[in-house]
Design a protein around this ligand. Structure first.
Ligand SMILES: [Zn+2]
Ligand SMILES: [Zn+2]
Length: 309
């Protein structure tokens, strides 16, 4: 993030802040500079917030739109649980959640700028450095998958669910636009493992940036509903077919990338031809049964009293 901030300062924020809050005593090569120095705590916070909101919104809109038009199975929109104007509702929900999620996240990024995390830079020099860099990828995925599984499962507890996670399950048949259509606190809690990792375990800063972008893409991908993709039949990877089951059948597949923690936590449900075979997937009898099961399972799990609220 420090490299991103450096270039953002150079090409945008230095001139922007110089206009908003100019220094009357200092100039550089005849140019007015800002009275707000680059390393000021509040300037860093504001700049990081702006960068993250813009980057987050762009990544969400571009990847979800591409996935919606090129990957998402539009026949899902005939499902009885597909809401009227759902795509618009998902986009509105995500666009209002992202600025709040970013607000909660900004202190972690600011801490990284001020050297409080274990992120490191520079080119790897030794064989061990390279090994560590490569090993950081599975380590990060394993750690964050575990964290997300347990946070997600906790948010399905009847006492917690309606306050934090219910909004994301409004989309029983999600589109890629549902990927960030959360309550902002829910989205923030599920992103905590990413931030915790770099404050607990050393990681290269560019690898972190890359993996952070990757998890954003992954979150969109598991909401694309297209179970025909080549990895969807995997029993190890948590694919869009697995996550579709999570949205419909509620008590299964809480994981993010792998099925490991669902298997350990006894919540794994392997997709079947109902997700894989397009003819079966689009069959109106299958859809009607899924709609019945979705109401029934969620109602039973949370208690009918809560469901009717
Ligand atoms: Zn859930
Ligand atoms: Zn989801």
């Amino acid at each position: 993030m420090d490299t991103v901030l450096h270039y953002a300062d150079q090409f945008l924020f230095d001139s922007l802040y110089a206009k908003i809050w100019p220094s009357y005593t200092r100039t550089i090569a005849g140019h007015v500079v800002s009275a707000w120095p680059r390393d000021d705590f509040w300037r860093v916070n504001l700049s990081i917030y702006i960068i993250t909101v813009v980057f987050g919104l762009l990544l969400y809109l571009v990847t979800s739109t591409l996935s919606y038009y090129y990957v998402f199975d539009h026949d899902y929109m005939k499902h009885p649980k597909f809401l009227k104007n759902q795509v618009r509702l998902e986009i509105e929900c995500a666009l209002s959640a992202i600025p709040w999620m970013t607000l909660f996240t900004t202190p972690f990024f600011t801490g990284e700028i001020f050297g409080k995390s274990l992120l490191y830079g520079g080119m790897p020099k030794t064989a061990y450095d390279w090994f560590y860099l490569v090993a950081s990828v599975p380590s990060f995925l394993f750690f964050t998958d575990c964290g997300i599984y347990w946070f997600h499962r906790w948010m399905h507890h009847p006492k917690v669910y309606k306050y934090l996670h219910k909004l994301h399950h409004k989309w029983v048949v999600p589109t890629p636009f549902a990927s960030y259509a959360f309550n902002p606190c829910d989205g923030f809690i599920q992103s905590l493992p990413y931030h915790m990792y770099v404050y607990m375990i050393p990681m290269h800063k560019f690898l972190y940036l890359g993996l952070f972008s990757f998890v954003t893409l992954w979150t969109v991908m598991i909401h694309d509903g297209n179970a025909c993709e080549f990895i969807s039949h995997s029993e190890i990877i948590n694919t869009s077919a697995h996550h579709f089951i999570h949205h419909v059948y509620f008590n299964y597949n809480y994981g993010q990338y792998f099925t490991l923690w669902d298997r350990i936590g006894n919540s794994h449900r392997q997709p079947t031809d109902e997700q894989y075979e397009k003819a079966l997937r689009d069959d109106h009898k299958v859809m009607a049964r899924q709609a019945y099961d979705a109401n029934n399972i969620e109602g039973k799990t949370l208690g009918d009293k809560l469901k009717s609220q």
